[in-house]
Design a protein. Sequence first.
Length: 150
Amino acid sequence: MNPSPFDALAETCATLLDVYVRWAKQRGLSANEFFVLYQIGRHGSATPKEIGEEWHLPKQTVSFVCRQLAEKGWLRTEADPHDKRSKRLFLSEAGASRTLPMVAALHALETQTAELFGLEKLNQLIKQLQHLQLVFTQQAEWNHGNQSNR
């Protein structure tokens, strides 16, 4: 079977994500630790559910990583005022001193990369990828529905 353009797209997306993973490892973090800290550092707080949904991580993985980061003293939790069954995660003082400079450095790297690539080109690429994702999702759901009716 000949390679599909989706093969190249998937490989490119995986390679791009790997840049973040290697960047995190250079700073002594696993990919999942990085995803959790980055999410909280960028937004000020997050629930485990929000982190899992944003980064497509299983609930068990998020819980395990958050527990590890709390044991290191990098995270603190508070009851979510909107949902008493849920906890909001915040950076502790130690977590903030480790995470916020990292988030700022990554933001600077992303900004520099966007400028070198071309901000307008990047925005167009994002719009095109979002549209492709929508069309692909619709087709996958439509095809799944047709196959289950057979």
